[in-house]
Design a protein around this ligand. Structure first.
Ligand SMILES: Cc1cc2nc3c(=O)[nH]c(=O)nc-3n(C[C@H](O)[C@H](O)[C@H](O)COP(=O)(O)OP(=O)(O)OC[C@H]3O[C@@H](n4cnc5c(N)ncnc54)[C@H](O)[C@@H]3O)c2cc1C
Length: 261
């Protein structure tokens, strides 16, 4: 018999199992999920998971060629947060619902040479997936979708903002990739440089939306050959969008929540 006090997830879904978790800070967790059935998605897309009858979308960190679905989740405490406090309590082995396939249009725009990936904390997630896929699969993006751009002309710039340096999540991987590949650049910035938690920080300082224009100007790149992606905090996205609204740059966004939520 169904538990009537608990909301029920309706429609078509499958399940997945939590096979690994890593707690980065008190409110940032990484999950690795093993889907019950094969799960198809494009780099940059999200999956929808649920427990206790509540479900939410999460952008996927892993590349589609990895066995497990990797997620990077910020726990929003109650009363605002609903699903994340439940996710925070889950142990390895827990089962969750999973909608059957990835969704979303925040995917690579293959016709551009320069890809400026701007994100706040968990907003870096879709970029990690795209970079992993790019490095794992020399046939991605599909050559016929790249118009006149050559794969070897691609330049990726990941600009990530966080309050504290321990919130970046993928800084080790991105720093390593930027050392190994001259077409990958990683520019993390902390917005509260004077706080004790950031005392070891030697990198850029300030909100990432305030730094993006300068960063791009210094690159001296052609706006018509450039797509600016922005993901995560809605105010960061709005600000970046405003800064580039009357230019020839192409702009693509993924908001994790709405400002008026
Ligand atoms: C396409 C898409 C992809 C997403 N990918 C990710 C991801 O990779 N990682 C991730 O942590 N979240 C992601 N989110 C947000 C996620 O779906 C949930 O909204 C979030 O985890 C909070 O869920 P909740 O049920 O606990 O709170 P909700 O019931 O969703 O309510 C949260 C409320 O708290 C506020 N809030 C404060 N901080 C946040 C925050 N970080 N996220 C959401 N709301 C916040 C908002 O006002 C919001 O209305 C994504 C959202 C979308 C639409």
């Amino acid at each position: 018999m169904e538990n009537e006090s608990q909301p029920q997830i309706k429609g078509k879904f499958t399940t997945c199992k939590l096979v690994k978790r890593e707690d980065l800070t008190h409110d940032l967790i990484k999950f690795w999920l093993e889907p019950e059935e094969s799960f198809n998605f494009k780099p940059g897309q999200y999956c929808t998971i649920g427990t206790g009858g509540i479900e939410r979308p999460y952008s996927i960190v892993s590349s589609p060629d990895e066995k497990n679905i990797e997620l990077f989740i910020e726990v929003v405490p109650p009363p605002d947060g609903n699903l994340t406090p439940l996710l925070h309590e889950l142990s390895v082995g827990a089962e969750m619902t999973l909608r059957p396939r990835g969704k979303g249009i925040f995917v690579i725009q293959p016709q551009f040479k320069n890809h400026i990936f701007v994100g706040t904390v968990t907003g870096v997630v879709p970029y990690v997936s795209m970079l992993r896929k790019f490095l794992n699969d020399t046939n991605w993006p599909e050559p016929e979708k790249m118009e006149n751009v050559k794969r070897e002309d691609y330049q990726f710039h990941v600009l990530e903002g966080a309050s504290y340096s321990d919130e970046f999540g993928y800084d080790e991987e991105l720093t390593q990739l930027s050392k190994e590949h001259d077409f990958i650049h990683f520019y993390p910035s902390v917005s509260r440089p004077d706080e004790a938690k950031n005392s070891d920080w030697n990198g850029a300082k300030g909100r990432i939306n305030n730094l993006v224009e300068d960063y791009i100007t210094k690159l001296g790149i052609n706006p018509k050959e450039t797509c600016i992606y922005a993901c995560g905090h809605p105010q960061m996205i709005e600000d970046v969008e405003k800064r580039f609204s009357n230019t020839d740059f192409t702009f693509l966004e993924e908001r994790f929540w709405k400002d008026d939520d």
